[in-house]
Design a protein around this ligand. Sequence first.
Ligand code: SAH
Ligand code: SF4
Length: 351
Amino acid sequence: MKSDLPPLIGMSFEQMVQLCHDAGAKPVHAERIVASLFRYYNSDISAIPELPNILRSYLAEHTSMFEPECTALQQAEDGTRKLLLKMPDGREVETVLIQGPGRLTQCISTQVGCAVGCTFCLTATAGLTRNLSAAEMAAQVIAGQKIGDFKVRNLVLMGMGEPLHNYDEVAKFVRIASDPKGMAFSPNRITLSTSGMVPAIYRMIEDKLPCNLAVSLNATTDEVRDRVIPINRKYPIHTLLEAVRAYIKARGNKRVLIEYVMLAGVNDTVEDAYRLCELVNGMGCTVNLLPFNAFEGSPFQSPDDAALSAFREILVAANIIAVVRSSRGNEISAACGQLKTEVAQRRKSAA
Ligand code: SAH
Ligand code: SF4
């Protein structure tokens, strides 16, 4: 059901305390609301236990609740699960649960589509439809927690969308997720990935946003990066890495993640590997090498294993921590945007 009232799951603990106060109820009830929403995944105000009636009716009058409908679910052999979630306005986004030993990592979408237009990314092909609200991001976590066999331990903002193009709602979500009185994730277990929105990285520093930073570098020259990530024309590599170094310094040498999508014949040469070593020299980062996840109509290909390991070995020899992250759940179209596209195609051919 669509409602114009603010959703309860998009509120900070302080806002919930204020609601209790405004309703004439004790602030302690805010803790019950949080527990019901974020520990028991309750999505119905009337089902929150042990609330005074006065507060229950106040919440019903002034706030709303919603639960996205799961319109598609795929499971891969390695346990990776991908959910397509329909928001109250009918827009759909993906969230992915990646299985680890006794724990889950959940990949969260921050926008419906994306405006950045990276040429290797399927989400880019449809452009941006709209931003997601903090409540819609929180709702993805709840949907993931409900379906998973284990607790979701890590959150990565690496689904559909550019998080730093939706800074205010993403920041609100990160604060709710990391608040011990909210979803209670450790800030160290929340990672925000950006394609390189430089001014917003400085804003993250200023705001002390409680999460880790990941940057999708994906090229070692501006000439190539301009082609694959158009925003590079505005914020070229040296400007971006200056911001990353400022972030590391301001956060007390906090390690950042450098993501590097490997595109065969485009950015995977030995020269690229040496240039990458130079670029991140002394930075205190981990490099994640992501073999390109191919999709229909894409002009790129994934490098073979020999090219991948030769690239990685050059980084390792330069004392850089480099990990190859083969795309989990490959057979279930796990790269961002793929389930949504697949379902849309199926619907079209069934019509
Ligand atoms: N917009 C943000 C976060 C979402 S994309 C960003 O770009 O960082 C998450 C990661 O997936 C990024 O590192 C991006 O470079 C990578 N990615 C996108 N499409 C991919 C594909 N087809 N194959 C492999 N990685 C891809
Ligand atoms: Fe947007 Fe990230 Fe895809 Fe680029 S890679 S189009 S920034 S979601």
